[in-house]
Design a protein around this ligand. Structure first.
Ligand code: AMP
Ligand code: MG
Length: 428
């Protein structure tokens, strides 16, 4: 029997496959494999939250909030001007009106004169709105020149303002006592700005999960070493370490071992003791020297209905979650995106979702019918295109550099045509 036909006959096809959760497939031997989402769910069952610590704001970038942050004050915390101009009573400030200027309100002013009928106060952006004023006329809408200059005796209004115009009201951003930021939020530069505006100098964050990384393969040499016959640089070690670091982990060890079970076991035992998560690359497939599979017989090795990244291993040694990724660099990259990122996020109390958008394909390519395909891709002119014309190639490590997204071709679709709408995972 033709193996492909046999596999196809075994498929249970969902009515309208969408995304990558549609159905579990069977391989040529009839073995049911997990969908990527089912496999992720099995991994996440092993996740335990990491503890919390308090760090200064300047060291919080990339960490995850351990607690909700409640606004101690409203933001803005006082009514202030959105423009450099003149604080007025809107009813006075009709086009052509001339108002007497009774004083200045610079940013940081602690005492500003009250605006009475027929008067105006020169005001700068961020300065408190004087009592009596209910609008600010920007300087460009008056007869005065912008920029430094003596306080004029009068100001002529060229364009009228409405009540409330150019005033930033206290609490319009967030009100006092409101939940400003939720536990589990990843601290980005934008979050730092928000925390700073709320006066949070020390932040309760999750500790960084400790990640150990082991690459396997006798053919691998350290990056920078000259290459002998049959040798390649160990790119997965650096890639996985970089991904884990970017996702907020503390990479506690990076080890390369040859395809020797004895060396693998000794290194693995040592690194697992120092790690909350141990990631291995290579040696989980059907090769005669697949050292990870051979050495860790108490872990689960399985097939996941995805391309690339079909052979996978996972399990727990004591307090360490083990993830065994295949060695092909694109397989390892996609596996990390789909399984390591959510695992680390779950341990940090964050949601495990990716940002997924629907974007039309910008070119044509093939996908395996019975598996969900995750194609390293880029978004150009509103369309998603693979970073390499061989969309499904799991060895295409050099062109991985252009990747900003993963185009998802659902199981059940073997042919992508330009214009097909695809789910696209945006890489963070
Ligand atoms: P494996 O999963 O061990 O069968 O390896 C599959 C393919 O990925 C082989 O061509 C390996 O040479 C390559 N490979 C394995 N590990 C790495 C690595 N750390 N860096 C780059 N390529 C690798
Ligand atoms: Mg190998």
């Amino acid at each position: 029997m033709v193996p492909g036909c046999h596999a196809r006959a075994q498929l249970r096809v969902a009515p309208a496959p969408r995304g990558w959760t549609s159905y579990a497939a069977r391989d040529g031997e009839g073995i049911v494999t997990d969908t990527p989402e089912q496999y992720l769910a099995r991994i996440l069952e092993l996740a335990r939250p990491v503890e919390s610590e308090t760090v200064p704001l300047c060291r919080a970038l990339g960490r995850f909030l351990a607690e909700d942050v409640i606004a101690p004050w409203p933001v803005p915390n006082f009514d202030n001007s959105a423009m450099d101009g003149y604080a007025v009573r809107a009813g006075d400030a009709v086009a052509g009106a001339r108002l007497r200027v009774i004083g200045d309100a610079p940013a940081g002013a602690t005492c500003v004169p009250a605006v009475k009928p027929g008067t105006a106060v020169r005001i700068m952006t961020g300065a408190p709105v004087p009592p009596g004023a209910d609008a600010v006329v920007k300087v460009e809408d008056t007869d005065q020149d912008p920029g430094p200059g003596a306080l004029p005796a009068t100001v002529k209004i060229v364009h009228r303002v409405a009540s409330g115009q150019n005033i930033r009201s206290a609490g319009e951003d967030i009100s006092a006592g409101a939940r400003a930021l939720g536990a589990g939020l990843r601290i980005t530069p934008a979050v730092i700005a928000s925390l700073a505006s709320l006066g949070v100098a020390d932040v309760a964050v999750r500790i960084r999960p400790r990640v150990g990384i082991m690459t396997t393969g006798t053919e691998l040499v350290e990056v920078g070493a000259s290459l002998g016959v049959g040798q390649i640089p160990d790119s997965n070690l650096h890639m996985t370490a970089a991904l884990a670091t970017a996702w907020g982990a503390d990479v506690v060890g990076c080890m390369h071992v040859p395809d020797s079970p004895d060396i693998f076991r000794a290194t693995c035992t040592d690194l697992a003791q120092q790690s909350d998560v141990l990631v291995t690359s290579g040696g989980v497939s059907a090769g005669a020297f697949d050292v990870v599979k051979e050495s860790l017989d108490d872990m689960t090795f399985t097939k996941v209905a995805m391309q690339p990244g079909k052979p996978q291993g996972f399990g727990r040694f004591k307090d360490t979650v083990f993830l065994g990724f295949p060695g092909n660099p694109v397989s390892c990259y996609v596996s990390a995106q789909l399984f390591l990122r959510p695992l680390l996020r779950r341990m940090a109390g964050a949601d495990t979702n990716h940002t997924v958008v629907q974007i039309p394909a910008g070119s044509n390519w093939r996908s395996p019918l019975e598996r969900t395909q995750f194609v390293p891709a880029m978004i150009i002119d509103g369309a998603v295109i693979p970073t390499h014309v061989q969309a499904g190639g799991s060895h295409l490590v050099a062109s991985l550099a252009a990747t900003t997204a993963l185009a998802v071709v659902p199981a059940g679709q073997d042919d992508v045509r330009a214009g097909d709408s695809l789910d696209v995972i945006l890489i963070d």
